[in-house]
Ligand binder design. Structure first.
Ligand code: ADP
Ligand code: ADP
Ligand code: ZN
Length: 217
């Protein structure tokens, strides 16, 4: 059983690593960012509330986000395990998650932080693009599709850049997330559950480092 949190600043490679982890372990990928984007696209109440925060690169309130995660973790596909990608992002969320995992009897097995320097993150985020059809993540410089204009995962041909990856928003997003990053890591460090990997290696090397940690237990 793998019940994993992936920690890392925006652009660290959480989504990219998650795709590979899911391919190997077939566990549920829970990305709060993806869930908010879907909710915004469907104009649900949560989506409408989240939009004002996300557009500016700020965090959606802890309680709103935690409720979304608690609901998601009750779905049956999480029974074989899950990856939390982008949650928790604050120590308040980490504390709320403790309650959630206790209530649902789904204890965490691993917390892995992906480390990348800020100057690298800025470059990565401005070159990130996504498949419109399946949401797969690519990078114009470091991680393009194998065949130009065709998604490796689904064969789709349409791509887009996230609104919040535009330079004005990226700066604030990084600031907001950096403030929370150290206390969050300390939270899991103190519990003795935190492992770290160097996120500046190639995507397949980052995955190999994560996989080594996951296959230990
Ligand atoms: P996160 O989910 O942490 O925000 P992503 O997985 O979306 O990060 O990756 C951010 C950007 O960097 C994407 O464009 C992705 O293709 C690219 N990327 C991911 N991992 C690496 C890596 N190890 N080396 C270089 N670029 C990467
Ligand atoms: P990234 O891939 O760059 O790490 P995400 O796709 O995870 O970004 O998140 C996009 C946006 O969604 C965040 O900037 C934030 O506004 C909101 N969001 C995602 N996860 C959380 C969270 N755990 N708490 C608060 N807001 C969140
Ligand atoms: Zn695709």
């Amino acid at each position: 059983m793998i019940n994993l949190i992936l920690l890392g600043l925006p652009g660290a490679g959480k989504g990219t690593a998650s795709e590979r982890i899911v391919d190997k372990y077939h566990i549920a990928h829970i990305s709060t960012g993806d869930m908010f984007r879907e909710a915004m696209a469907n104009e649900t109440p949560v989506g409408l509330e989240a939009k004002s925060y996300i557009d500016k690169g700020n965090l959606v309130p802890d309680e709103v986000t935690a409720k979304l995660v608690e609901e998601r973790l009750q779905q049956p596909d999480t029974e074989k395990g899950f990856i939390l990608d982008g949650f928790p992002r604050t120590t308040v969320q980490a504390e709320l998650l403790e309650g959630i995992t206790k209530r649902l009897n789904k204890p965490l097995t691993n917390v892995i932080a992906i480390d990348v320097d800020e100057d690298v993150l800025i470059k990565r985020l401005s070159a990130r693009y996504m498949c419109k059809n399946c949401g797969a993540t690519y990078n114009k410089i470091s991680n393009p599709t194998k065949v130009e204009g065709t998604c490796d995962r689904c064969g789709g041909h349409e791509f887009y850049q996230r609104e919040d990856d535009k330079p004005e928003v990226v700066k604030n997003r990084l600031e907001v997330n950096e403030k929370m990053n150290t206390p969050l890591r300390d939270f899991y460090e103190k519990k003795g559950i935190l492992a770290t990997v160097d996120g500046e290696q190639k995507p397949e090397e980052v995955f190999a480092a994560i996989d080594k940690i996951l296959s230990k237990d």
